[in-house]
Design a protein around this ligand. Structure first.
Ligand code: FES
Length: 133
């Protein structure tokens, strides 16, 4: 069987000695190992895309993998905004990818910026600092 995993790690030991857990991602069952994050379990199963950008539908995946960027947010057991890179996968966990939203950022232009792209557009030609995002 083809796998994306390290089969014999010098610190963690042999993969065959790890306990497996079964979970679903968008309704499809997958197997991970106890101690896996949702992101690592999905990546090992060949799943790179965790959600789409709410407004544009662009595919999104792991970016920082240390809990800072929130690019990996998924819905876990109906709880939204869970970071897949920071959350351990558990037996019978239900994970849903982030979907395209109808109109997530409807707001008056004076309420900008809500995204970095909006920040750049609003401040085009101006000399400004970079926001902490
Ligand atoms: S990949 Fe950045 S918070 Fe998860």
């Amino acid at each position: 069987m083809m796998t994306n995993r390290i089969l014999d790690h010098p610190v963690l030991g042999k993969l065959e000695n790890q306990k497996t857990v079964t979970f679903t991602f968008d309704g499809v069952p997958y197997k991970g190992f106890e101690g896996d994050t949702i992101a690592s379990a999905l990546l090992a199963n060949g799943i790179r895309q965790l959600r789409v950008h709410e407004e544009t539908g662009a595919p999104r995946a792991i970016y920082c993998n240390i809990g800072h960027c929130f690019e990996c947010r998924v819905t876990v057991n109906q709880a939204q905004g869970v970071r897949a890179c920071m959350t351990s996968v558990e037996e019978n966990m239900t994970v849903e990818s982030g979907k395209l939203q109808a109109a997530p950022f409807e707001s008056a232009p004076e309420e900008w910026p809500r995204t970095y792209a909006e920040f750049e557009q609003k401040n085009k030609g101006k000399k400004v600092g970079v926001p902490h995002v």
